[in-house]
Ligand binder design. Structure first.
Ligand code: FEO
Length: 407
């Protein structure tokens, strides 16, 4: 069975795809990957030099090796550039080493440290003798007019992350960007313009919200150095490559890393035990919609956090509701708030609501979590005992205050 539809695709002259398209994965360390993913790796030929860029998740090593062998003899690989050490890329690192005995390994200075911390057995076996640590601006001339320039991009996604920029006097300038500009998206068509733009931009946005959002401050500082490169093509380590919509993805990263909100919308996130908190959520959303403000409402038992945080990243206000359970939060709401706190969405207004029986607790806990996320929490909140009466679901005043605060 052919498992890897993209294998050995010559993307441009002498640049080959040797990664793995993972149609099956639906959970990537907690991130829901409804449309699969890919672990993109590349092989570049330049005269008598051969350069391997990144690897794949360990379970897919055999496909990776087979793809490489269909392009070249692995013994002919001169350089193995390891842009990032997270195991979705470096998992096959120890397995490929015996097949590429003549390759010099290249990683960022931090990458060398982290490689050593991951692959202790290889350290003991002495395979790290042929490793080169590179810093910003270091270059590798591979002949035939091709040069690689290395640019560390710390925290996009780990401290070790770097991009490799290949300039080619006679061809295209290619940015091998690793996680940056990636999407968890399996496809049989590699290029951006061969896929629906709205679909790949949604996946890029979801990737940013779930993986990179909390690193936005650093990303904002790093983007100008990447954007200044004369890029013709971006080859990321997940999802499609960018050749037509590069300005669009760069512009999107600038917007997301700045915390810009593109619409004055509201996200309502809640869960409910006996539909009382749900009644509040529905009444709130109806009152906000009446003002012409877009609302997206998510019941956390039915929705996954990765999708919700993607919508929350774009919204102006996040309203969070929970029934009180055992003096505290309903578990799904606690989990979501914990996830959201780690990702640190910027420039948000927050409000808490919920129902309770004989003791309160959930609304106070929501407010504490929103404040810990540096969300601008409204003084007003909604807390209703047992089942809300119709008159208790009249939220005109509180929504007036919300709308005024949203501006
Ligand atoms: Fe795709 Fe940070 O690994």
């Amino acid at each position: 069975m052919v498992k890897n539809i993209l294998k050995n695709l010559e993307l441009i002259k002498n640049v080959f795809y040797v990664g793995y398209v993972d149609w099956e994965v639906r959970n990537f360390h907690g991130y829901s990957t409804h449309k699969g993913s890919s672990y993109n790796a590349y092989l570049v030929k330049s005269g008598d030099k051969t350069i391997l860029i990144d690897a794949v998740k360990r379970p897919y090593f055999k496909y990776f090796l087979k793809s490489i062998k269909e392009v070249c003899d692995p013994k002919d690989i001169d350089y193995f550039i390891v842009n990032h050490i997270e195991p979705d890329h470096s998992g096959s690192f120890p397995l490929i080493l015996p097949h590429i005995p003549n390759a010099e390994i290249i990683a960022s200075t931090k990458g060398v440290d982290i490689l050593e911390q991951h692959y202790h057995e290889e350290v003991e076996a002495g395979v790290f003798k042929s490793i080169r640590a590179v810093k910003e601006g270091d270059t590798l001339d591979v002949g035939n007019g091709k040069t690689f320039t290395f640019v560390p991009i710390p925290m996009i996604h780990w401290p070790d992350s770097m991009v490799s920029f290949m300039s080619d006097e006679n061809g295209k300038n290619v940015l091998f960007s690793n996680d940056a500009f990636g999407q968890h998206f399996a496809t049989s068509k590699y290029w951006d313009d061969e896929n629906a733009l709205s679909e790949i931009m949604w996946e890029a946005e979801k990737y940013y919200a779930n993986i990179l959002l909390h690193l936005s401050g650093l990303i904002k500082k790093t983007l100008p150095a990447v954007g200044a490169l004369p890029i013709d093509i971006i080859c990321p380590s997940h999802g499609v490559g960018w050749r037509t919509h590069i300005p669009k993805i760069l512009e999107a990263y600038t917007k997301w890393s700045s915390g810009e909100i593109d619409e004055n919308s509201v996200v309502i996130v809640y869960d409910s035990m006996w539909q009382s908190t749900e009644k509040i959520a529905k009444a709130l959303s109806q009152e906000i919609i009446k003002r012409g403000i877009p609302v997206k409402r998510f019941n956390l038992t039915q929705s996954d956090y990765s999708d919700v945080i993607t919508e929350a990243m774009k919204a102006k206000a996040i309203l969070v509701g929970s029934p009180t359970l055992n003096l505290g939060l309903f578990p799904t709401v606690a989990e979501y708030l914990c996830y959201q706190k780690g990702l640190k969405p910027m420039n948000k207004i927050g409000m808490a609501f919920g129902s309770y029986g004989w003791s309160k607790g959930a609304v106070k806990a929501i407010i504490e979590e929103l404040k810990a996320t540096r969300i601008d929490v409204m003084d007003e909140s909604i807390e209703i005992q047992f089942v809300p009466k119709p008159e208790q679901l009249d939220f005109k005043d509180i929504v007036d205050k919300l709308v005024a605060k949203m501006g």
